[in-house]
Design a protein around this ligand. Sequence first.
Ligand SMILES: *[C@@H]1O[C@H](CO)[C@@H](O)[C@H](O)[C@H]1NC(C)=O
Ligand SMILES: *[C@@H]1O[C@H](CO)[C@@H](O)[C@H](O)[C@H]1NC(C)=O
Ligand SMILES: *[C@@H]1O[C@H](CO)[C@@H](O)[C@H](O)[C@H]1NC(C)=O
Ligand SMILES: *[C@@H]1O[C@H](CO)[C@@H](O)[C@H](O)[C@H]1NC(C)=O
Ligand SMILES: *[C@@H]1O[C@H](CO)[C@@H](O)[C@H](O)[C@H]1NC(C)=O
Length: 360
Amino acid sequence: MFFPKTRTLVCIGALLLPSLVGAQYQMVKEYMGQNFFDDWDFYDNFDNLTNGDVNYLSAKDASSQQLAFINDAGRAVMKVDNSSTLKFPNKRNSVRIASKSKYTIGSLWIADMTHVPFGCSVWPAWWSSAPTWPDGGEIDTFEGVNQVTMNQMGIHSSPGCIHSNTSVQSSTLINSTDCSIFANQNEGCIITNPTTKSYGAEFANAGGGVWVTEFAVKGISIWFFTRASMPDALQGNASTIDTAALGIPVANWPADGCSPPDFFEPQSLIFDITLCGDYAGNSNSFFQTCSGVCYQDWVLGSPSNYDNAFFEVNYVRVYGEPGELTVIGSSDALHSYTAETSLRMISVIAGLVTLLYMFL
Ligand SMILES: *[C@@H]1O[C@H](CO)[C@@H](O)[C@H](O)[C@H]1NC(C)=O
Ligand SMILES: *[C@@H]1O[C@H](CO)[C@@H](O)[C@H](O)[C@H]1NC(C)=O
Ligand SMILES: *[C@@H]1O[C@H](CO)[C@@H](O)[C@H](O)[C@H]1NC(C)=O
Ligand SMILES: *[C@@H]1O[C@H](CO)[C@@H](O)[C@H](O)[C@H]1NC(C)=O
Ligand SMILES: *[C@@H]1O[C@H](CO)[C@@H](O)[C@H](O)[C@H]1NC(C)=O
């Protein structure tokens, strides 16, 4: 599915000239269109992870209640219930999905979105985590609470991982540099994206944008592009990505302070939207941009408080380093491996044919 034969032939030229090829990644998985929701687990329990005031629905209920669906534009929508009026002590319905596949160090994922959730009490995230959290680490590509105007990015880990060096990132807004879950009440190593087009209404008004997350031996990096600033490398159906074509990342946690192989394990990709809870609901965060009482006034208040509490996603694509088994934990691994193996076989044969041709 991810390496159609016609593409393979086009790639042969590049594979014959390895010295000219940069740090490339090849697509190993695409979540898009009518099949977007196929390969995710829906949490199907109340939020017992961050004490938020939501019930995360099963796939069946999220679909029948229209909280997870593909809209007329072909985009995946994940949202908070904005039609029910609730009574104490009920929680509001929402969605949390985690990819069935896990992705190893040596992978990169891209999410193209046109809308992200925002508003008082709302706490959305597009992130990843290892099942053995905190030992396997966590990477937060997109997160924010209440009415903040800029996206925050972060990594969380077991003790010993720090944000040591900011020489390879464009953001100068460094909030915290000890990534240990035991430091600063598990604040993590937070970097804020300086553009207000990275969150809330301004993100949507700008037509949305794209996040690229690189999970590499040399470190973890995040790029963000608004619709208008999208580089050519991300246009169309880019089956390969060369990070050299993306410029300087907005956030970078280099290996010198936090070597990914020491702190990170294969990551499951996650979208969720919770309400109040440990972060949006704690009084420090809540009163920075909102007023009232998080649960009583917002969750139990007008359902229209949640008209903007939705993700609208064009696609999620995952890429891996050529030759590496980057997809694990589902049958996708087999596809990736088989495609990679046949790609290599073809390139070896093509190389031999070229050599023969040169000598005859
Ligand atoms: C949350 O609930 C699920 C389902 O009941 C359970 O399997 C899981 O262990 C719970 N997690 C925590 C952190 O309580
Ligand atoms: C920070 O990273 C850059 C690029 O990798 C490197 O050249 C520089 O020596 C590092 N600085 C420190 C203080 O480690
Ligand atoms: C991080 O720092 C930025 C810039 O100083 C600030 O606007 C933002 O509120 C901080 N974020 C957190 C989570 O403290
Ligand atoms: C991208 O792929 C989708 C689905 O495979 C297809 O419908 C679309 O035409 C492709 N677009 C481009 C620019 O190749
Ligand atoms: C819920 O929010 C969606 C998206 O903003 C909006 O189209 C819809 O009208 C809202 N539903 C209700 C019942 O107001």
